[in-house]
Ligand binder design. Structure first.
Ligand code: TTP
Ligand code: MN
Ligand code: MN
Ligand code: MN
Length: 375
């Protein structure tokens, strides 16, 4: 096994959910490059290749030192030939030709710009590019058919491109708390996603809401949304109702990793002055976003109390950490993990949990705190 600077042995486990991955690490010069290739593979609808590059990057994030030579990579898992070639070139030449030509390619830049629009996925962006479109401006200029989400995405494009700060997240938290408390007292509200993992900025703000009395949470989202709409907070919202059913014979094989909670993808309107001073201003109504206004993507999720621990684990991320947890459960434990439940296929039963710690224990994993799930 390899030695770190202090001569101590590093035993790098192969699943990201077995490792601690801090937010700040020593190898951004390599992980950023590998993640460009991962993103490009996603744009080409090649999920396997994308995950391979992301796993390689993630291993480097967990290293306690900066990689100086290929020797440092001996005995590390998840580093395929292709990733190793890229790393070697960066160590020797300072950059990788493949990464730099990808970064500069018109296709990659157009995919980045178009999938950067809220409501636009890889398939749609790809179709538009084949029609000769390159930027969000092109969508407006050529009068493309847009759905409601995409219209909002184009309308608030530059606002939504700006990183959301922790101060803004706190401000939105206060608004969400006011909304929830006024429609159903006694709820628990948790900041999720990147901010729960300790990030200072994010692309959105994620919240998980529950009530300790099971059943009280039913229909909660529409009440929260009505309250927010009355206050003029929402520039856009799309609510999906809860469609989860627990089957006695175990979870249905589903193609997607999407959970089935009652949820709302929204765009909040903040007043820029308020977001600086830290006071919520919710007095104006209407859906315009003027110059003194800030648009922020907000995800709201409502979970029944009995699924709260699973929802908490599922909505903390990172996306790779979640994916690795599910892969660990399936491949190593014959279990199925979702944001709703954990099912043991050997015993044919659901394993209940009140806390994230209990879920890690069921999975036979050491508990990894949210701040170390930045895989
Ligand atoms: P994101 O908000 O997409 O990502 P993030 O918060 O980690 O990073 P960012 O700062 O860029 O916002 O997703 C947060 C978590 O929610 C992520 O772990 C995956 C999970 N999630 C689901 O479980 N189901 C879903 O449908 C979506 C969209 C996300
Ligand atoms: Mn390869
Ligand atoms: Mn997020
Ligand atoms: Mn989100």
């Amino acid at each position: 096994p390899e030695l770190n600077g202090d001569g101590a042995e590093i035993l790098m486990k192969s699943y990201a959910c077995q490792r601690r991955t801090p937010l700040k690490h020593h190898n951004a010069f390599l992980t950023e490059a590998l993640e460009i290739l991962a993103q490009n593979a996603e744009f080409n609808d090649n999920e396997g290749r994308s995950v391979a590059f992301r796993r390689a990057a993630s291993v480097l994030k967990a290293l306690p030192h900066r990689v100086k030579s290929m020797e440092d990579l001996r005995c590390l898992p998840c580093l395929g030939d292709h990733s190793q070639r890229v790393i070697k070139e960066i160590l020797e030449d300072g950059s990788s030709r493949e990464v730099e030509s990808t970064r500069q390619s018109e296709q990659f830049q157009a995919m980045k710009a178009l999938t950067g629009v809220f409501g636009v996925g890889v398939r749609t962006a790809d179709r538009w590019i084949r029609e000769g479109l390159r930027t969000p401006d092109d969508l407006i200029r050529t009068g493309q058919q847009l759905n409601r989400a995409q219209q909002a995405g184009v309308q608030y494009y530059s606002e939504l491109q700006r990183a959301v700060t922790r101060a803004e997240a706190e401000l939105i938290m206060a608004i969400v708390e006011a909304a929830v408390n006024s429609v159903l007292p006694g709820c628990q509200i948790q900041l999720m996603g990147g901010f729960r993992r300790g990030k200072e900025v994010g692309h959105d703000v994620d919240f998980l809401i529950t009530h300790p009395e099971e059943g009280k949470e039913e229909g909660l989202m529409s009440k929260i949304i009505s309250w927010l709409e009355e206050q003029g907070v929402l520039l856009y919202q799309k609510t999906t109702r809860n469609s989860y059913v627990e089957r006695l014979d175990g979870p249905a094989r589903s193609a997607s990793n999407m959970d089935r909670f009652e949820r709302c993808f929204s765009i909040f309107k903040l007043h820029s002055s308020a977001s600086r001073s830290g006071s919520a201003s919710t007095s104006e109504s209407g859906s315009a976003c003027d110059s003194g206004c800030r648009a922020v993507r907000v995800d709201l999720v409502v979970s029944p109390f009995s699924q709260f621990a699973f929802a908490t684990l599922g909505w903390t991320g990172s996306k790779l950490f979640e994916r690795e947890l599910r892969r660990w459960a399936g491949q190593e434990k014959q279990m199925t993990l979702s944001s709703h439940t954990l099912y043991d296929s050997k015993q044919n039963l659901y394993l209940r949990a009140q806390t994230e710690e209990e879920i890690f224990a069921h999975l036979g994993l050491e508990f990894i705190p949210p701040s170390e799930r930045n895989a």
